[in-house]
Design a protein around this ligand. Sequence first.
Ligand SMILES: [Mg+2]
Length: 242
Amino acid sequence: MIHCFEPANLHICRGIKKKKIKLLQMKNNHTTKNIIFDFGGVILDIDPQQTIEALQELGFKDVMRFQDKDFQANIIDKFERGILSPETFRNKVREFMQIKACNQDIDDAWNALLFDIPENRIRVLEEVKKNYNIFLLSNSNEIHYDMYLRDLQLRFGYHNFDQLFHKAYFSFDLHLSKPNPEIFEFVMNQHKLIPEQTLFIDNTLIHIEAARSLGLQTYHLVKPEKVRDLFIDGMLRPDLIQ
Ligand SMILES: [Mg+2]
């Protein structure tokens, strides 16, 4: 299939001759014009273990409860959809983890999972933007946002993510999160994007599956592959294009 951007299927894609690929492209109008990027794990590396360890240092004893479904659904997911304010989120973390940490300590622990944005990924995006309409679609929250926005501003001189991308969307702002199909439909409708001409890149399989069910092209980025590996001089690698 044309939208088989799973790494496991690459050998199949690579096996198709370029002429045949071009014919398919013209016939099905599948030329990629738009690329929607995930943020965490694609543009920015993350390591949740760092946050767990930082919370332990604040006195959080029962680490296994970090994976607790109620905690994920009622605190983390709601914070990501902007249903909880940062203040309410911090209070719920204190209550759930039975810790008495100040706001700054909780924010620092929560942000511990974020790495700096690698400069080479910013440069890749700048090149890719010359050839495609590029968008950011991130499940994120206000505390993390403040941290990596500052990184973007101080290290790269951008005012915000709408300058780096044609448009950036964050779950806490939209009150929707991936994999809910509505978040993809919202972005597609906002820019009148044609699904077959739109590639979605994410490191989370359920997000990829949701986008694919709406007809988008998809690429599931799996470690150790980096997003820069998908492009040459700002263009999608020829063997990835169908
Ligand atoms: Mg991700």
